[in-house]
Design a protein around this ligand. Sequence first.
Ligand code: XMP
Length: 519
Amino acid sequence: RILVLDFGSQYTQLIARRVREIGVYCEILPWDVEETRVQGFAPSGVILSGGPESVHEETAQTPRIAAAVLDLAVPVLGICYGMQALAHQLGGVVEPSQTKEFGYAEVRARGHSVLLRDIEDRTNDEGHGLLDVWMSHGDRVAELPAGFKVIASTPAAPIAGIGDDDRGLYGLQFHPEVTHTRQGQRILERFVRSVCGCTGQWTAGNIIDDLVARVRETVGNQNVLLGLSGGVDSSVVAALLHKAIGDQLTCVFVDNGLLRLEEGDEVMRTFARHMGIRVIRVDAEARFLDALAGEADPEAKRKIIGRTFIEVFDEEAGKLDNIQWLAQGTIYPDVIESAGASTGKAHVIKSHHNVGGLPERMNLKLLEPLRELFKDEVRRIGVELGLPAEMVHRHPFPGPGLGVRILGEIHKEYADCLRLADAIFIAELRAAGWYEKTSQAFAVFLPVRSVGVTGDGRRYEWVVALRAVETVDFMTARWAHLPYEFLDHVSRRIINEIEGISRVVYDISGKPPATIEWE
Ligand code: XMP
């Protein structure tokens, strides 16, 4: 296992993901973590992330590598700030660079370090290996610490990489974890496997075995309650817990009337019928629609939906006795983002999973078996656990569901119309091979009447907008450039097949300035 020490880089999570992609378990801890946690983790190697600070700034208490880390005497790879901290603390000199480098750079690999040997994009006239990398630094290492050699250089940073093969200590001024560094994954793999000697045992099958064993040990013969939403995370928790503890698991699925077409039936088919999981389905459509009646404000609607969910879930939970645990689909990015990897102490629960005061009132303990996994790992173990691939690779769906996709006031008639339009759009995206190429796609109901004509008749009906975006992190997004023929086909189907819709428009706004959802 590998320890990633976070010095505040925006890429720290990416380092951890890359290591896990290599098949090796790793965790992120803040740079100022207590020594006992470092010793307790007992890593086979340590990666130091980049960070915004300068080691030569004497004024502030700049982040340092804890003595406990260096005392482990295991291989260390310092990236960017991590390299400078390593060089500085082992007796080298770091100074502000005359030429700052940000972005693409061509690095010459020097010598024959274990880390970079035979890894190159091409060679120059003298036969030296050249690498295309992503550089970002204002400081540079000016003098090597004892025992180190230069293993990479650029004209602006003659010491762009340092290495001591005997001790397995390395530093890189560039970022191997980003895809712009084309050989980055090979470099990380070289460090993790060849230098640290880790073998790739972090596979879906092993992860499941490990989680199952831990759940059994934690839960014993006690009973667990899970709010199942049909989303990826809670679905995988359900499948995992069922494998681990069978009938000790009870799921509650709340149908709020704002779900996609036939979603409730699908959830029951997959979990209750096929997998034999005990799922209590609560049909709460009328209750949600009553609570929402007359409310047009998006944030007020979100609050009503959240509050009603908690009430309903609470009531159902109250009917069950002998439950000791509440399971949640919290995943690693939730833990890092909400707590902040650099504090690592707080424990905040994903807000839409957080079912009110239930845990305290019913005296429930929290079970979060996916806390250490990234989304792609959750998907992989989901498939391995036998969930349908289609369910595991679904686009994200907001907690308030169609409640934020029906603009303004919500009426059942609108929701029914929208469900049909959305189902046609999604089915056509799948058929045309566009579903996988987009990150999120859906229909939005606009409560605007528009005139149309069908045959000899005049229609005066509602408008539906289609939205499809491509994004990696959902913070920024590009509208998907779907082919005109495809949009034409979807539009015809929606208008012809759905009574009540006479016009379809396509949303061509990026995020920013628009958001992905319309409300
Ligand atoms: P926006 O609309 O802010 O959405 O660009 C970014 C991502 O977040 C989802 N989203 C929500 N998810 N509860 C949720 O669970 C919400 O209230 C909510 N609002 C937006 C949205 O679907 C997109 O994936």
